[in-house]
Design a protein. Structure first.
Length: 107
């Protein structure tokens, strides 16, 4: 998955650029899960069928680096980590609604 910094250097169409930012194999599933609100790591992991811990960590790091999600760690024992959409991530809600509507009509 490309980072926001790398994508800015590309001279490509906006759709391709957006897909580079959020187009990881599991990114849509993660973002869709976070559309309901803040979730802890294990909640996210349980909400996405088929994802393993390693891939979830990788995708979360990429989405955080691109400014789409925010990670908040709390100094508890055991550590508590929560993920939420940033304002940029929340702006994707209408896009996800449109994709969902399209899927219901055509699949």
């Amino acid at each position: 998955m490309a980072t926001k910094k790398n994508v800015k250097k590309l001279n490509v169409c906006p759709v391709r650029t957006t897909l580079e930012l959020i187009g990881g194999k599991w990114a849509f599933a993660i973002l869709y899960s976070l559309m309901d609100g803040t979730k802890r790591f294990k909640e996210l992991e349980r909400s996405i069928a088929g994802i393993n811990t390693r891939m979830l960590v990788k995708e979360l790091k990429a989405l955080e680096a691109n400014g789409i999600i925010q990670r908040t760690a709390y100094a508890t024992v055991p550590p508590t980590v929560e993920y939420t959409l940033t304002p940029m991530g929340k702006n994707l809600k209408p896009v996800f609604s449109a994709i969902q509507k399209w899927a219901l009509e055509h699949l």
